[in-house]
Design a protein around this ligand. Structure first.
Ligand code: T4K
Length: 423
């Protein structure tokens, strides 16, 4: 890959060397969690030249059609409706299914899952997660069902599939629609079946930060013919033909340049997965002996995209909490992310709408305090991963001393950056 050469990294063995206490940062330039993977530039640029020559930039163009059929083949699903982003895809899907009232979903997800519902006037009802899988707990979901409930949305968080069978059973028993936010789970499988064909429909994100990207973009996938037709209409203002608007619609189309990027990304899918897999195993290997930190595991008997390297921090063992670790890593130019802190229920407008939701979201609250995503993807080199892990090991080893010094010193820049309190 183009940019995988290691940046200069100074190993640290003394508190004074930590950037947070005045030392030089471990890395001269920033390492990101969501650095985009870029496929073959020549092939992308050739496709862009074709688009410009054709003068067909959007509206059901040839790149879009090719991208949709490649996605269908890859995940063995009948219909792919590519959209301008996953959030718009979710909105179009909820509208196409005429959902109303309340929809049950996890709070431990990117806020887009909830916002898409709220935006349409449907009430998101947050449900707790299973603390081992980080996914929606079907038993907790069952307790939230009432006559206003119209659907359940499972989120395959970190690309690890939900308890699909239990959710299918629950939805069937209560005659509810079942959707999956599969923003993280493109090219992953569950019990040998590719994610994409479960429930009424699933949604992928192809945002720049996803391992397969279309700059901005997403797709709704389904095996249901009638739903697919409605989704296609709704994505394009409801146009059923020239001058023939047959339904309410919006503009949620994916343009040709995005679809071209998607096609080129798909050509490198195996390579991107292999890079993510190797990065994940390197982190595992280097961190296996560090007490109090563990990596969330993938079921490697299934297809995984390994796009998130998720560290769980057990403060009781490390002597330092997740937020302090995050703050120290940022000062060293390792831009870790606290996805999906603090949980949607502690963000607006949900915090004001349902101030007591936290009482039923015990696991969500606890997990949101422990998790930290580490840099990965094609922009991170093996030597950088070794240096990050060496740094984490040093921080954990010196946990109590670092904590004391941070608590007694002046508030640092990073602390200020994240000063918004969460209840
Ligand atoms: N459902 C779930 C479960 C999701 O996770 C998401 C999106 C959605 C639904 C909605 O999908 P979309 O409507 O976006 O298709 C990022 C992404 O913007 C978002 O797509 C993603 N989930 C979420 C998990 O991550 P932020 O707020 O963290 O983005 P930002 O700008 O802070 O970037 C993240 C990191 O990536 C930074 O370190 C900078 C780096 N980066 C980012 C971009 C855009 C780059 O290096 N280059 C880039 O071009 O949300």
């Amino acid at each position: 890959m183009h940019d995988r050469s290691a940046r200069h990294a100074l190993l640290k063995s003394d508190l004074e060397q930590l950037a947070i206490f005045g030392g030089p940062p471990l890395f001269k330039t920033e390492l990101h969690v969501g650095r985009p993977n870029i496929g073959n530039r020549q092939r992308f640029l050739a496709r862009v030249a074709d688009i410009l020559n054709r003068k067909w930039l959007t509206n059901d163009g040839p790149c879009l059609k090719e991208f949709e059929s490649r996605v269908c083949e890859l995940i063995d699903v009948k219909h792919c409706i590519a959209v301008c982003n996953a959030t718009a895809g979710l909105e179009v899907l909820v509208k196409s299914l005429r959902l109303s009232g309340e929809i049950i979903l996890p709070s431990f997800t990117f806020v887009a899952t909830a916002h898409a519902l709220q935006w349409l006037g449907v009430r998101p009802v947050f449900c707790d997660i299973d603390p081992t899988t980080h996914n929606l707990d079907p038993k907790a979901a069952a307790e939230l069902i009432n006559p206003r409930t119209s659907a359940i949305i499972g989120v395959h968080l970190w690309g690890r599939p939900c308890d699909v069978e239990a959710l299918v059973d629950l939805a069937r028993r209560h005659k509810l629609r079942l959707l999956f936010d599969a923003a993280h789970a493109f090219a992953c499988s569950h019990k040998g079946r590719m994610v994409g064909g479960f429930g009424d429909a699933e949604i992928f994100s192809f945002h720049a930060t996803k391992f397969i990207n279309t700059f901005e973009g997403g797709a709704v996938v389904t095996n249901k013919d009638e739903l697919a037709s409605r989704l296609r209409l709704m994505r394009n203002f409801g146009f059923a033909g020239l001058d023939n608007v047959s339904a309410l619609g919006v503009n949620a189309k994916m343009n040709e340049i995005s679809a071209a990027m998607g096609l080129v990304s798909l050509e490198s899918l195996a390579e991107f997965v292999e890079i993510n897999r190797a990065n994940y195993h390197l982190y595992r290997q280097h961190l296996s002996t560090v007490p109090g930190v563990s990596l969330l595991a993938y079921n490697e008997k299934e297809k995984c995209n390994y796009q998130y390297v998720v560290l769980e921090v057990d403060q009781a063992e490390t002597g330092i909490d997740r937020d302090m670790l995050d703050e120290i890593l940022w000062s060293e130019n390792v831009l870790t992310r606290r996805y999906f802190y603090p949980g949607c229920h502690r963000m607006e407008p949900y915090r004001s709408n349902d101030p007591d939701a936290g009482q039923r979201l015990r696991h969500t609250g606890a997990i949101a305090e422990r998790v930290l995503c580490l840099p990965t993807g094609s922009a991170v080199a093996a030597a950088e991963i070794a240096a990050i892990c060496g740094l984490i090991e040093f921080i954990v080893k010196s946990g109590p001393a670092i904590k004391n010094r941070m608590l007694s010193g002046p508030t640092c820049r990073h602390h200020l950056r994240r000063s918004t309190p969460a209840r």
